[in-house]
Design a protein around this ligand. Structure first.
Ligand code: 5AD
Ligand code: SF4
Length: 469
């Protein structure tokens, strides 16, 4: 359950005494301490890392250019697939020599991977130079953790203290000055059978509407042009709030904020896309014309095994409604290939769905067994070779679709928010309203952070190329 406002205030206030103490300790070392944060995983993790950075700065650290130069290194980890975990562990292995060189260096592992007890045991035994480990819901407690490690000179594991609160007021250091992430909710209650997220990020809880509106207002006042609302399942925003508010209403109210900015959101669960949300998107030009709608599989049988709570037909109906209301909407999706028990026929259903919907991007992943999830207990007869083969077929089909889609942009003019200044090859970079990457030339060089019109001249598989006109 979300805490009341007063409890939240107390939580973050609690950190003040630790902040003062850590500042003193750092000062006594006689040089400016530096921090380095590496983020694995999704946008939510990136947003969390911006808060870890903000807190480190508030404690007196400055950003280090490299890990070699840092006194505090934090890896903000992901657990969604085994590959992400193995990458974080392998990089953690490479930190040992840094610890040997700099005795003052503190190393922390944060987030989803280390919200699993088994992984914490691994860290305790196999990585003795890791000083602290903290789960996703400890974000506001970095000062307390560092204070504990520094004063008591001991390793700390903040994992089983599952305190699923929402804490406002954590300092933030944003990575980008044009686009900003705003978390609107945390956790997930869906329990898709393949997914580790509900186990590592806990139950769904929403931030209060007023807090979200205040954050967006401040960002817009500070010149941010694009706001992306984040949540594991943004469509179910508000269900835990005392003062009821749904996602469509939240989007509508954010659009009323004055200023030249646009809005994106992710991720949406297909079962919760309401007609009202579609109406709100249609009626508000501030909402970008992009909808990321992870389907996961085109087979109703597999969707049921995944506990997705929608059918192939239900999903296609949502797509139809979205396209009818907003004809230029760009659709993207996530797909899992080789879920336990996925037959050749089930996979054909996925291919035919992709053929039908024609997504602009498909993020496809081979199923990865996550210990503790129901799917990890399901029987799986498909060989790894077969799964790889299915993945290649899926990618080939998507490539066909995207070639036709991208070709249809040639000769058209699109509005792009310039997010990358001119590179050494003379190209600026940005995204269309539909989130399509555009590389373009421009005679006017003063366009970073501004909207420009780009005439599309050619395309690649994952980008459009053109000229600012
Ligand atoms: N194996 C493979 N892919 C997964 N995803 C989530 N869990 C798994 C898993 N166990 C994918 C889903 C989700 C995206 C963020 O990651 O497609 O939408
Ligand atoms: Fe994000 Fe899920 Fe990975 Fe956690 S496990 S970082 S919520 S993708």
């Amino acid at each position: 359950m979300a805490k009341t406002f007063d409890e939240n205030t107390a939580d973050i206030k609690n950190q003040e005494k630790y902040t003062l103490r850590v500042r003193e300790i750092l000062k006594s070392k006689g040089r400016t301490p530096k921090y380095y944060i590496t983020t694995f995983g999704c946008q939510q993790n990136e947003a969390d890392s911006e808060r870890l950075s903000g807190t480190a700065k508030n404690l007196g650290y400055q950003k280090a250019e490299s890990m070699e130069d840092a006194d505090l290194i934090i890896f903000n980890t992901c657990a969604v697939r085994e590959h992400a975990e193995l990458r974080a562990l392998s990089k953690t292995g490479q930190l040992k020599h840094l610890k040997d060189k700099n005795k003052n260096l503190l190393i922390g592992l944060w987030g989803c991977m280390v919200s699993q007890e088994k992984r914490v045991e691994d860290i305790k035994h196999k990585y003795p130079y890791v000083d602290f480990v903290a789960g996703t819901n400890m974000l506001h407690r970095l000062p307390e953790i560092l204070c504990d490690v520094m004063e008591n000179d001991r390793r700390r594991y903040y994992v089983d203290e599952l305190d699923y609160s929402i804490v406002e007021g954590v300092p933030v250091e944003r990575n980008n000055d044009v686009k900003a992430y705003v978390s609107i909710m945390y956790g997930c209650n869906n329990f898709c059978t393949y997914c580790i997220v509900p186990h590592v990020r806990g139950r769904e809880r929403s931030r209060k509407k007023e807090d979200i509106l205040a954050e967006v207002r401040e960002l817009v006042e500070n010149g941010y042009k694009e706001i992306t609302l984040l949540g594991q399942n943004v469509n179910s925003y508000g269900k835990t709030l005392e003062e009821k508010c749904d996602f469509a209403t939240l989007v509508e109210e954010i659009c009323k904020i004055e200023g030249d900015f646009t809005l994106r959101f992710m991720t949406s669960h297909p079962k919760d896309v309401s007609d009202r949300l579609i109406e709100v998107i249609k009626n508000n030009s501030k909402v970008e014309r992009h909808f990321h709608l992870p389907v996961q599989s085109g087979s109703t049988r597999i969707l049921s095994e995944m506990n997705r709570k929608y059918t192939r037909e239900g999903y296609l109906e949502t797509v139809r409604k979205l396209r009818e209301a907003v004809p230029d909407i760009v659709l993207t999706t996530d797909i899992i290939v080789g879920f336990p028990g996925e037959s050749a026929e089930d996979f054909e259903d996925t291919l035919s769905l992709i053929k039908e919907v024609k997504y602009d991007s498909v993020f496809s992943f081979i199923y990865s067994k996550r210990p503790g999830t129901p799917a990890s207990e399901m029987e799986d007869f498909t060989s790894d070779e077969e799964k790889t083969e299915r993945m290649s077929r899926l990618l080939a089909l998507h490539r066909e679709n995207i070639t036709a889609i991208n070709a249809s942009y040639v000769g058209k003019t699109v509005r792009v928010l310039c997010e990358q200044d001119e590179d050494e090859n003379g190209f600026f970079g940005g995204r269309t309203s539909g989130f399509k990457l555009v590389k373009f030339t421009s005679e006017n060089k003063d366009i970073y952070g501004k909207y420009v019109d780009v005439k599309i001249e050619s395309f690649g598989e994952s980008l459009l190329r053109g000229q600012n006109i």
